[in-house]
Design a protein around this ligand. Structure first.
Ligand SMILES: [Fe+2]
Length: 402
């Protein structure tokens, strides 16, 4: 993120003597990506290092490594809306799709995390789409409010505590080994979103830093690492102890309504809808597109429904926030997730192309989030199969017959 943010108190010159509290030397920490070479933030702890554990680390009582069942190659329709609610932002996670660097989970918590409980994803950056629910994502960087249809970007290594202000929530959690940021082809050489981009970086929501929690006690952080293993780390002080921070790596929110769609006279391929990217597309990682209100092609003969496509180097995951997406009309429901492996082509169903002619030049009202991996195959997990529509692979022929 090119937007450098400063919150609270930090010394003007990095790594110099600084007292946020009289007589107490503040302790600096760098939270960085790509080693010491990527986006980073400088955090000023009030008086203690983030390394001060007071109990031996131990395996957590739960793990997030999913069970893989390797079904035959086929397209999948996962009815994520039918997954029961339960747990918090960590225990409520069910990994549905598993890759080498990309992981997609549904998380449907019905409670806030405990006051002295924290979560740190030590192996992946997270992009969360809020399908349902409201609350606050608190971290050492401050408090970030969220509401439906927003994205939350949480850098790997952030210590978070998610509190709900609604009885329950439904999150799509996309994890990546690589940092998540706006698509580089929409940024200029200075890292600023261009005037042709669908996003404006100043529309992001930023965490508001609260006064440092200068508290002693036992504060347990569940750290995710090494493919979903969970380890408990216990600090003797509150982890939200920053007097200030500044830098380019921090959690932020982005409203899907702030993705300002770009239209074309004839059908536009998904990269025009790209919001985020992770890794070095098109060689690794994934792109994330926001399919939202936009003028469909206004050419007198335009077909608004997409073409059949066989993007052999990409596995495609699509999460449908509502069921208005014409190409899957009658097949999906709000909260559905389709997974089309790159080894197979996919297309609209039944008469979707003919039906879409009526949308020519009109503004569509669908909302969907698409993840396209690059050179990475995903595996559906046992949890995904448990909520899958078993007849989805035959739905194209079925809809045609109808
Ligand atoms: Fe597709």
């Amino acid at each position: 993120m090119a937007l450098i943010v400063k919150r609270g108190q930090v010394p003007k010159t990095p790594h110099t003597e600084f007292y946020a509290k009289p007589g107490v030397l503040s302790l600096e920490e760098i939270h960085g990506s790509y080693g010491f070479s990527g986006a980073y933030s400088r955090k000023m702890h009030l008086r203690r290092y983030p390394t001060e554990q007071v109990r031996p680390p131990r395996a957590a009582e739960f793990q997030l490594k999913p069970e893989l069942v390797k079904p035959p190659l086929q397209p999948f329709h996962i009815l994520a809306s039918r997954i029961p609610y339960g747990g918090d932002f960590i225990r409520g996670r069910r990994c549905l799709l598993w890759g080498k660097t990309t992981f997609v989970s549904a998380c449907k918590p019905d409670r806030s995390m405990g006051e002295k409980e924290f979560f740190r994803n030590g192996e992946n950056h997270e992009l969360v789409f809020v399908q349902e629910g409201k609350g606050v994502l608190a971290s050492e960087y401050g408090e970030l409010e969220f509401s439906p249809r927003q994205y939350l970007v949480i850098p790997k290594g952030s210590t978070v505590q998610l509190r709900l202000s609604s009885p329950r929530a439904f999150f799509l959690v996309i994890e990546s080994t690589y940092p998540v940021h706006f698509a580089p082809h929409y940024l200029n050489a200075q890292g600023q979103a261009t005037l042709m981009a669908p996003v404006v970086e100043s529309e992001i929501g930023l965490p508001e830093l609260r006064p440092p929690r200068d508290e002693k006690g036992e504060f347990r952080i569940a750290v995710k690492h090494n493919g979903g293993r969970m380890t408990r780390v216990t600090l003797g002080h509150h982890p939200f102890d920053l007097a200030g921070w500044e830098g380019a790596l921090y959690p932020f929110s982005f409203d899907s309504a702030s993705h300002h769609s770009i239209a074309r006279e004839i059908h536009t391929a998904p990269p025009a809808r790209q919001t985020f990217q992770s890794g070095q597309a098109p060689y690794s990682g994934f792109s994330v597109c926001t399919f939202r209100a936009q003028v469909e092609g206004w050419h007198p003969l335009d077909i608004p429904a997409p073409y059949a496509h066989y993007n052999a180097d990409s596995d495609e995951v699509m999460f449908f926030s509502n069921a208005s997406y014409g190409a899957r009309q009658g097949v999906i429901e709000p909260g559905s997730l389709t997974f089309h492996p790159g080894a197979l082509p996919h297309s609209p169903q039944g008469e979707a192309a003919k039906r879409s002619l009526g949308l020519r030049g009109k503004v569509s009202d669908y909302l969907a989030v698409m993840v396209d991996t690059f050179f990475e195959s995903l595996e559906p997990t046992k949890a995904a199969l448990a909520y899958s529509d078993k007849s989805y692979a035959l739905s194209w022929a079925r809809e045609r017959a109808r």
